[in-house]
Design a protein around this ligand. Structure first.
Ligand code: ADP
Ligand code: MG
Length: 983
């Protein structure tokens, strides 16, 4: 009984298209992420491992070696049960450095493109038999089912179809980042179908071929002979070697590597896989003995490997055969697709790109994807050629074993990557060459040439090939021995040492702090345009910035170093670590390769990420570190620490408050690039020899501030600087000095006024008398002049007295609500009485409703003084304006003129009594001193701005802030709330 070839072909293509559709829908985002990213999907996608072997080869092995067939499952289960110490570290490295294949991993770890190239070449040879086996399995099964067509033709057609699908599946999207979610989903579906097919076949055999478990038991008891092999002692034969090669498969087979690491979306999924994948394999392996027994009982005509197809036909259930065929066919396709995809990336990264780089004008992503397509086609055809070279009645098992033993040669390299930092590139290459040469001669060649050709040697050198597991063990031993010996005999380069530390399971990367030639992400782009072309350079830099959450304006050296690492990792995902490293080292070099101290920030960030993995003493130390760090961070004193080169290493909270510069944007930048004036103040102090500096004066937002600076050097690691804000004590001190001076001058003035007042009154009376009664015209004129002078003295005495009064008599002040508008109005009216021909105009822009608490007389005096100063300084026909600005608790009054302005020098002395620039007899220098004491009495503040606007030539604005009157305060808040309610 057989099926139509056309039926089988249509069904196959339909089924593959279905898988492709699932992939396509996933890539389009039409299948919810919760499904596509589910851990179960990841676990099932690992099922790519089982390939067509699970259906065919395993039964063959069971027939030949008995329970040894379990090694295929147990080996890889072992690897997954050891996931935390074996797979997780590898996953960490591959994710962090975007390493997409074993060749990438080795090229990265050994800092050698040779390692990558060698791995790729060996991999290409190793996988020929494996892919050929899948082709053969599919061709054979179609032949068995349909009895039509020659196997070669069937195999060829299958190859063509699978090439089309692989191209469509894997190479559609290429970037340094994207994963093939669609591929993962369709492989997962395929694995689920495989499992169902396997379980259905098992069930059918148990209940159709046998009559349930009881019947099976009876049959087993009565038919011991054909089952002899199952009872072979496990000590015999290749059991242990099998376990070993299948154990290694989890990490060294490119399909497994690709699925487990490259396509891993969440590291956590590996945890699920560590138990779920072994479970999957257990279920897959359960029906194998049943298949064997069923085949034996039915005396199925096919070879044991194809029992699974034959049984279906024998019991008259062709759908069963078809189901298993579909399972096996899709398993074979899955393996071919994933393997060739992974290999194509390896070939591009390690064979093509190192010697040929595409023109930078073309779209590099498209170029890569087309190159990979061509490579995939070439590899599948090569495998087809290999299949044709072999005699077609070859059983499947040797093909698989030859491939796996070759891949086993990578195991020492992988293990030393995570566990032996002393391994170096020479050791690795030597081991690989030694092991794979033995494999090539004792396993590959005999497979290709056939044992007869080599029979001539068989008795002598190549006795090994008769027992393949000896061949495997000897090649592995040679490999390990060469790796150890050569690594110990040769030196590790510093670059390699660094990579070894990064990969090693217990260590964090300890990058050094060097500065880059490129100073900004934009310069990165420019530099990379050379090797990558403008488009790719721009895209990669933005991608890396996005990954790190940085902006294009970033210019902190620390951040730029991270950016450089990120770009290297991303490029490594795109074109392999060797090429990426070459490009980065050449086009984004460091200033000076030799210098560089440990990058503490980076180490610290890494420890932060690493914390949950710390235990024991390390955890205690980390807690201690945290405690000290927190202490420094929350210290109520502003401190920052600097590296030797002036890079900011720490910026504590108090520092953030004092400077208003957040630590997150400061740490990792140079002192010089801080905001002014901090940059100059701190870097001057840092460069200077003195250990502390008192009352350093700087201006921030137009306000004077004073700081004490102290520093100490951290041995060999830079300096720590402490900043003390002295502004408040300094202001208080100045105020105190000023008030004291005012008070003493007030006393003096009062005394002087009193003492001089009487004689001057006397002089005045005498002069009047002289004027009224003198006969001489001259004498009368002199008397007039004396009178004028005494009037002046009187005026001065008057202002001295009023100054003396305000200086002391605060208890006399009556506090009431004062309208600044009214004060201003009155002051302007008084000034206008003055005979003035200069045409100065006063404009009162004060708000009528703004009330302050104070003494109306004194505040009017203040305004008179300010306005008269403004008038004196103004040119003819100028305007003097007065306006008010409301605040929550105070009102600011500003008197602005367009006059000469006040030099910075004079601004400092403005409020000193007797300071005047006006000529003798014009000014007393007491006006502003009086204003100052009145304002102080009112608990207000006064400040001067000259010139009024930056860039102006002159003009002065004197602003006074006075407390708002309470009643006004209440009503204004009421007004506001009402306004809010209405609004
Ligand atoms: P006086 O007016 O008697 O000189 P003041 O204490 O009122 O004394 O002023 C002191 C000095 O401050 C003045 O001599 C003048 O140089 C300067 N000054 C005050 N106000 C202004 C102003 N609006 N524009 C320019 N200079 C001013
Ligand atoms: Mg004056």
């Amino acid at each position: 009984m057989s099926l139509e070839l056309s039926q089988i072909a249509t069904l196959s293509i339909l089924y593959l298209s279905l898988l492709f559709c699932a992939a396509w829908l996933t890539d389009k985002g039409w299948i919810p992420r919760s499904i596509t990213r589910h851990p179960l999907v990841y676990v099932l996608s690992l099922g790519v491992y089982t390939s067509a072997w699970a259906f065919y080869g395993a039964v063959g092995i069971a027939h030949e070696y008995g329970f040894v067939f379990l090694a295929y499952y147990l080996g890889i289960c072992g690897a997954f049960l050891l996931a935390p110490v074996l797979l997780s570290p590898l996953l960490r490295i591959t994710r962090e450095y975007q390493l997409s294949s074993l060749a990438d991993l080795f090229a990265f770890r050994f800092r050698s493109s040779m390692a990558g190239t060698l791995t790729t070449v060996i991999m290409l040879f190793a996988l020929l038999p494996l892919v050929a086996m899948q082709i053969q399995a599919v061709a054979d099964s179609i032949h068995i089912l349909s009895n039509e067509g020659s196997q070669e033709e069937l195999a060829f057609s299958f190859c063509v179809i699978i090439i089309l699908f692989t191209m469509a599946f894997g190479t559609r999207r290429i970037s340094s980042h994207e994963k093939h979610h669609g591929l993962v989903v369709s492989i997962a579906i395929e694995s689920a179908v495989k499992l169902i097919a396997m379980l259905v076949v098992g069930g059918m055999i148990l209940f159709q071929v046998f009559d349930g478990p009881k019947d099976l038991q009876n049959w087993l008891i009565t038919n011991q002979a054909p089952l002899e092999t199952l009872r072979l002692s496990l000590d015999d034969g290749p059991w242990r070697t099998m376990l070993l090669i299948f154990f290694a498969a989890a990490i060294v087979m490119p399909d497994m590597f690709h699925m487990a690491f490259t396509e891993n979306q969440k590291p956590r999924n590996l945890g699920t896989a560590s138990w779920a994948f072994p479970l999957y394999l257990l279920l897959m392996s359960l029906p194998i003995p049943l298949l064997l027994w069923g085949g034996v009982k039915l005396q199925t005509a096919t070879s044991p490997e194809y029992f699974v197809l034959g049984i279906g036909l024998d019991i008259g259930a062709p759908w069963l055969s078809l189901l298993t065929y579909l399972g096996a066919m899709s398993a074979a396709s899955g393996l071919i697709i994933v393997t060739t995809l992974a290999l194509s990336a390896m070939v591009v990264n390690h064979l093509i790109l190192p010697v040929f780089q595409p023109d930078t004008n073309i779209n590099i992503y498209r170029w890569l994807s087309w190159t990979k397509r061509i490579l995939i086609a070439a590899m599948i055809f090569a495998s087809y050629g290999f299949y044709r070279m072999l005699s077609s009645d070859h059983s499947l098992a040797p093909l698989v074993i030859v491939a796996f033993v070759a891949c086993l040669q990578f195991l020492p390299g992988v293990l030393s990557t995570i566990y032996w930092p002393h391994a170096n590139r020479y050791g690795f290459c030597a081991g690989l060459i030694a092991g794979s040469s033995i494999w090539f001669v004792t396993m590959f060649l005999p497979l290709v040439l056939g044992t007869e050709v080599l029979a001539f040697f068989t008795d002598s050198i190549f006795f090994l090939q008769a027992d393949w597991h000896w061949s495997a063990l000897i090649s592995l031993t040679a490999n390990i021995a060469a790796l150890l010996a050569v690594s110990l005999a040769t030196e590790l380069s510093s670059e390699e040492k660094h990579a070894a530390e990064v990969c090693s399971i217990q260590s964090l990367g300890r990058p050094s702090r060097q500065s880059l030639k490129a100073q900004s992400p934009r310069e990165f782009q420019e530099h990379l345009t050379g090797p990558l072309g403008a488009y790719t350079a721009q895209r990669e830099v933005s991608q890396a910035l996005y990954d790190l959450g940085m902006s294009l304006d970033e210019n902190r050296p620390y951040a730029l170093r991270r950016l450089r690492d990120r770009i290297e990792a991303n490029l490594s995902g795109l074109m392999g670590p060797s090429v990426a490293r070459d490009i980065i080292n050449r086009y984004l070099p460091y200033e000076d390769e030799s210098s560089g101290v440990a990058d503490i920030n980076f180490v610290e960030n890494q420890i932060e990420d690493y914390q949950h993995r710390l235990t024991g003493l390390a955890l205690e130390l980390d807690n201690l570190r945290r405690y000290h760090r927190q202490t420094l961070q929350h210290l109520p004193m502003a401190i920052c620490s600097l590296g030797e080169d002036g890079e900011v290493m720490m910026w504590n909270q108090a520092m953030e408050e004092v400077t208003g510069i957040p630590g997150s944007t400061t740490v990792g930048s140079y002192l010089g690039s801080l905001q002014a004036p901090w940059n100059t103040m701190l870097s001057h102090f840092e460069d200077n020899k003195v250990r502390s500096r008192e009352k350093q004066q700087i201006k921030i937002d137009g306000q004077q501030r004073w700081f004490n600076l102290h520093k100490a050097s951290i041995e060999g690691d830079g300096t720590v600087i402490m900043l003390e804000d002295q502004t408040e004590p300094q202001m208080l001190e100045q105020k105190l000095i000023h008030s004291e001076r005012l008070a003493s001058i007030g006393q003096l003035a009062a005394g002087v006024a009193h003492e001089i007042g009487n004689p001057v009154t006397g002089v005045d009376c005498l002069a009047q008398e002289l004027r009224d009664y003198s006969q001489s015209q001259d004498a009368r004129e002199i008397a007039d002049q004396i009178l004028e002078q005494t009037k002046r003295i009187g005026k001065i005495l008057h202002s001295l007295v009023s100054f003396a009064h305000t200086g002391q008599a605060s208890e006399q002040m009556t506090v009431e609500s004062v309208s600044l508008y009214r004060c201003t109005d009155e002051a302007i009216a008084l000034l206008s009485l003055h005979q003035d021909t200069r045409g100065i105009r006063y404009i009162n822009n004060c708000h009528m409703d703004y009330l302050v608490s104070g003494d109306i007389q004194k505040l009017t005096q203040v305004l008179i003084n300010l306005l008269s100063n403004a008038r004196d300084a103004s040119p003819n026909n100028a305007v003097v304006t007065v306006n008010t600005i409301p605040w929550e608790h105070s009102i600011t009054l500003e008197v602005t003129d367009q006059g000469s302005g006040i030099s910075e020098e004079n601004q400092k002395r403005l409020f000193e009594p007797f300071f005047t620039t006006k000529g003798a007899g014009k000014g007393t220098g007491l006006g502003l001193a009086l204003v100052y004491s009145i304002i102080e009495e009112h608990f207000g503040t006064i400040s001067v701005r000259s010139p009024v606007n930056e860039g102006d030539q002159g003009g002065t604005c004197i602003s006074i802030s006075l407390p708002r009157h309470m009643a006004e305060l209440k009503s204004s808040t009421r007004r506001e709330t009402e306004g809010n309610l209405v609004g």
